[in-house]
Design a protein around this ligand. Structure first.
Ligand code: OXD
Ligand code: MN
Length: 589
């Protein structure tokens, strides 16, 4: 029975029932009793395995289909009325054609199954910045993950009231057929249709599909920003707090930075780092003219491999209870989990991510490289006391990260907001060719939003420029590169907790406490201004070697960027082209 009198909700749910033809319908009220019953059902059917209650209380293991282990960008579509509105970085389908084609796939796809009607809120439901979605799904795994990643249930419907302003999400596992897998966003209709997948990034519709693709479109229309950014707070010894957001391409240590533990010397002096969010930031201009950020999510959907007590103790401690593990190794000896990089002791008696008997000594990986933990953010030892603040946190600095062997220095600051937007648009990562130190293939990923921007990215850059004009107290914009290599192809900067040293320089710049060298690409630190106290096997000369800017390499890079910009044709804002030309001028001097 419906949990709401909202006509728009009930009518849409009825239409989707007529389309998908489920055997039963269950509205998710969000109560622990209901979630417990679903957990028990998932265990009874084998969809989830209950793990050792003493060692991992409230934790479960799930395995996806072997052909369904990651996001599928080539099967992800933005269906805007015209192709130009989606832009050159998105796959596009005509909305009417998409509804028609997908409608045939959804038709009867819930036969013999249950439809779960899942109301969810991105953001604390009572926050003026929260947005409501309803996901229809035939997967208990989806319901239980969404219960961790978002706020769900009756309280969300209560906040929605009679409003028609909600995202309409329809997910069907169907046959999990790769050839018929589609992740489709209709930004103008507030609608997401996802079919033939059971993997998190494709089916937890609150995350990438709503909080980035749909929300970025809403944000442009409504004058705010939805960004693929972590949010962290740094508490200084005098109690002052600085909040920064940061965007990094995949596999660049974003979760690690979000939960960084400062080096011992900093901790002794009273520095603390707190996590507000690890993946997504919704940013709005506050009445005080500053930019304020909320994390719309309630949980972390983190990559398991490589997470350990050294790389990210906070993440590991977060997922010791009430966590769903996906595609990791099942340790049969004590009914726990394991993944590569957790420790040096792979279990002797174990099943790999596919559920097959697994012998680590044979060299094959046990956990899928994209295996995940879904854990409540509130369990993170360094979660910020502002994590659920209605207005979010005020942002002092925005960091764009790249993964570059030679070009980008460890850190630099943009000259101003618009130059910072340009720096974000030029974000890139290189495939590593570590052994030779050769410069790898450059992948452009502006603001780390290329797979997640729900409209033409040229307009998105324009929106950034426009927002800058409206923010009274603009955050300063920086670029970091933890991945500079020496001539032998070794990473030079130690990274992890030592990134705190770079964050301190960033704060000092925000407070006008240190100078910098003005270079063609922006303000680069004077090496003496980065605190190296207590750092291991690293000296100021080495630091200087990763603060250099080689104009020839940059000129090469600019060529690649020009090609990338050319894809957007006339739609590229004049300001961006102006910034590109200005960089060329400065480099040639
Ligand atoms: C993620 C991603 O899973 O960015 O967060 O791919
Ligand atoms: Mn992400």
């Amino acid at each position: 029975m419906s949990l709401t009198t909202n006509k728009a909700v009930n009518q849409w749910v009825d239409e989707m029932i007529a389309l998908t033809k489920p055997d039963q319908i269950v509205w998710i009220d969000g109560s622990e009793a209901q979630l417990d019953a679903l957990r028990a059902e998932a265990v009874a059917t084998g969809e989830m395995i209950k793990l050792n209650e003493e060692k991992l209380p409230g934790c479960y293991l799930h395995r996806t289909a072997v052909n369904d282990v990651a996001r599928v960008e080539h099967r992800t579509f933005i269906c805007t009325p015209t192709k130009e509105e989606a832009g050159p970085t998105n796959n596009w389908m005509d909305p009417a054609e998409a509804y028609d084609m997908l409608g045939k796939l959804y038709d009867g796809s819930y036969k013999g199954r249950t439809m779960y009607v899942l109301p969810f809120s991105m953001g604390v439901p009572t926050s003026p910045f929260a947005k409501v979605g309803i996901e229809l799904t035939d997967s208990i795994y989806v319901v239980l993950n969404m219960a961790i990643m978002t706020r769900i249930g009756q309280k969300v419907l209560d906040v929605l009231g009679d409003s028609e302003d909600f995202v309409h999400g329809l997910h069907a596992r169907a046959e999990l057929d790769e050839e018929k897998r589609y992740i489709v966003q209709f930004p103008q209709d507030n609608t997401i249709w996802s079919i033939n997948s059971g993997y998190g990034g494709n089916v937890l519709l609150g995350k990438k599909c709503f909080a980035l693709r749909i929300a970025s479109y809403q944000a442009k229309k409504e004058g705010w920003m939805a960004e693929h950014m972590l949010i962290l707070g740094i508490k200084k010894p005098n109690g002052e707090k600085f909040y920064v957001t940061a965007a990094f391409p995949s596999a660049c240590g974003k979760t690690n930075l979000a939960m960084l533990i400062p080096p011992e010397g900093y901790r002794k002096n009273g520095y603390e780092v707190e996590c507000v969010g690890d993946d997504i930031a919704w940013l709005r201009i506050g009445q005080d003219g500053r930019l304020w950020a909320v994390n719309p999510e309630a949980g972390f959907f983190g990559v398991a491999p490589g997470t350990n007590m050294k790389s990210n103790p906070n993440a590991l401690l977060t997922c010791q209870k009430n966590t769903i593990f996906t595609n990791v190794v099942h340790n049969l000896a004590d009914n726990t989990v394991w993944w590569e990089g957790l420790d040096k002791n792979p279990p002797a008696e174990a099943l790999n991510w596919k559920g097959e008997p697994w012998d680590a000594s044979k060299g094959e990986k046990g956990a899928h490289p994209n295996s995940r933990f879904t854990a409540p953010a509130a369990q993170c030892p360094c979660i910020s006391d502002q994590f659920e603040a209605d207005q979010g946190v005020p942002i002092s600095a925005i960091i764009f990260g790249g993964r570059r062997a030679k070009t980008a220095p460890l850190v630099y600051q943009s000259f101003d907001w618009n130059h910072g937007v340009f720096v974000g648009s030029a974000m890139a990562s290189e495939t590593t060719a570590a052994a030779t130190g050769a410069v790898g293939v450059v992948r452009r990923d502006p603001m780390a939003m290329k797979p997640f921007c729900g409209y033409n990215m040229a307009d998105y850059f324009g929106h950034w420029v426009e927002m800058g004009g409206k923010i009274g107290k603009q955050p300063k914009i920086f670029h970091t590169n933890w991945f500079r290599q020496d001539d032998e192809g070794h990473f030079v900067w130690p990274g992890f907790g030592d990134n705190m040293r770079v964050l301190e320089w960033i704060i000092n710049r925000c407070e006008d406490k240190v100078g910098a060298q003005e270079t063609a690409i922006g303000y680069v630190p004077n090496a003496e201004d980065i605190n190296l106290d207590g750092i291991k096997d690293f000296d100021i000369e080495t630091l200087k070697s990763i603060l250099t800017v080689d104009p020839e390499l940059w000129m090469e890079d600019v060529k690649g960027l020009e090609e990338f910009y050319a894809d957007f044709g006339d739609r590229m804002p004049a300001e961006m082209t102006k910034q590109l030309n200005a960089l060329k001028d400065r480099l040639s001097k």
